[in-house]
Design a protein around this ligand. Structure first.
Ligand code: UDX
Length: 468
């Protein structure tokens, strides 16, 4: 393992509190950060809601404090982004986060509480800390490119890129290459433009009020974007720390602890063992993206007709309108896939991507999935849906060139063609992409090894936390 590297040893001297947004794609990187801080000797307390609560038994090195009723039933039932706003409102109204932090600050015979690290979408937690004079740092769970993008909406409106129109979708955004207008999350296209813009502004608001920004990315992946972020934030006294990929940062303590909220079906690993190297396409759309029944059928038939072995995650709730049970596969699908396919409700994704049988990943371009794929050198078929995923898909295809974008309507013929292109061997574009994915993997791996840029960034982060 390449854990640690010199750095501050805060053992016994300080505690930090962490508050993740209670969604899989945000809880995982926060718990991974917790492991890395603990490996540097800090005591770590994770504050969490009852909704999507992590299992303390899986993380024996961390302390957990439930902040009950911080998210009421109504907010838990709300959809996607509305839930984030409801959670903030409920936190502010109940005062529970403030009370939890105050009791950690007052605890006798304990290391002093140095700061709170909050998810960038939780200004209510930041206000609670500020009221107690407790410094805060902000964890950004997306890419550095998206960090910059979300801070650029005034410019995008001012320069006329937004609101987008039918005719400007292909227009390159000169200020943010390689992004195009079609890669932007356009708040005016949402049922409530105000809510969309508010969500985009949360990260900027919390960053501005913080003592530092922690980014789950690497100098090896986004050197240019990180330099621009540093140039902008450092003069304002908000140092950025690029500590990713977080899932590989904490070797030693905390390594190998799963951060998955759902039970992972490990049976598929044995199935992978029986497949030829590089032959399997892994298909997963993450924890929140949903598809229509029609799209679901096009994916199914596209996979069946691709002629390639596949492992497909069909989780509960994946298909719109079907919530209580796993979605049903179309009749005749099993026969059409002729034993080449395996379907699971939830996979041990990192283990799957690391498996030699896996040669491609059809992903919704969630940032965690993208980092996990990059780390294993697996080329991607990107089908982003919303938010930061759109920009990430563009970087995968046009910047790192380790994947292809599936654009337009999901249609079985296009799916089949894209899969064949991705999975083709040495000859052609597929092979070249595989080569680049291998090279990028080596660079990114070095950043989390001993002395690597992300390990050094955690050392600096710990020093910074202790200096606050
Ligand atoms: C969401 C947004 O979609 C994403 O764009 C944003 O960057 C973070 O929040 P999510 O949809 O959950 O995230 O996707 P992603 O960021 O890719 O995270 C999914 C996580 O679930 C990954 O860490 C992956 O390893 C894990 N997973 C997924 C499993 O453990 N098993 C599975 O079967 C599928």
């Amino acid at each position: 393992g390449g854990a640690g590297g010199g750095g501050a040893d805060g053992r016994g001297t300080a505690r930090v509190a962490l508050f993740p947004l209670p969604f899989q794609g945000h809880i995982s990187p926060m718990l991974q950060l917790a492991g890395a801080l603990r490996a540097r000797g800090l005591a770590v307390t994770v504050l969490h809601t009852a909704f999507n609560a992590p299992d303390p038994a899986r993380h024996p090195g961390l302390a957990f404090v439930a902040v009950p009723d911080a998210i009421p039933e109504a907010a838990a039932a709300a959809n996607g982004i509305a839930k984030i706003l409801a959670l903030n409102a409920a936190m502010e109204a109940s005062g529970r986060v403030r009370a939890a932090l105050a009791s950690l600050m007052a605890a006798e015979g304990q290391p002093r509480l140095a700061c709170l690290v909050l998810d960038s979408t939780l200004p209510a937690a930041q206000k609670a800390a500020a009221g107690l004079g407790l410094p805060t740092l902000v964890l950004h769970t997306g890419s550095a490119a998206c960090f910059r993008l979300f801070r650029s909406y005034d410019m995008l409106h001012h320069r006329g890129y937004l609101p987008s129109t039918e005719s400007n979708l292909d227009m390159p955004i000169e200020e943010l290459p390689p992004l195009k207008v079609s890669d932007l999350f356009d708040p005016s296209k949402l049922p409530s433009k105000e809510i969309g813009q508010k969500i985009l502004d949360l990260a900027t608001e919390t960053t501005t009020s913080s003592s530092g920004a922690i980014l789950n990315t690497s100098e090896a992946l986004e050197p240019h974007e990180l330099k621009l972020i540093r140039d902008e934030l450092a003069p304002k006294g908000i140092p950025p720390f690029a500590v990713g990929p977080l899932h590989k940062l904490a070797a030693g303590d905390g390594a190998g602890e799963t951060t998955s909220l759902l039970e992972q079906d490990r049976g598929c690993v044995e199935w992978l063992d029986a497949q030829a190297p590089g032959s399997v396409l892994y298909v997963s759309f993450g924890s929140v993206a949903r598809v229509t029944r029609d799209e679901f059928l096009e994916v199914a038939w596209g996979l069946a007709s691709s002629g390639r072995p596949f492992l497909w995650v069909v989780r509960r709730g994946l298909v719109l309108g079907v919530d209580e049970r796993p979605p049903e596969l179309p009749e005749g699908f099993g026969a059409a896939a002729a034993g080449r396919g395996r379907v699971v409700e939830w996979a041990p994704q990192q283990e799957v991507l690391a498996h030699p049988a896996v040669g491609g990943f059809w992903t919704h371009s969630g940032w965690n999935s993208t980092l996990e794929s990059v780390y294993e050198g697996v080329p991607m078929l990107s089908r982003p849906q919303f938010g930061d995923q759109l920009a990430t898909g563009r970087y995968v295809a046009d910047s790192w060139k380790v994947g292809v974008l599936l654009e337009g309507a999901v249609e079985r013929g296009a799916v089949e063609t894209a899969i064949r292109k991705l999975m083709e061997d040495e000859e052609g574009e597929g092979g070249a992409m595989r080569g680049r994915a291998g090279a990028l993997k080596e660079k990114v791996r070095m950043s989390v090894e001993r002395g690597g840029s992300s390990q050094q960034a955690v050392d600096k982060l710990v020093d910074h936390m202790l200096s606050l």
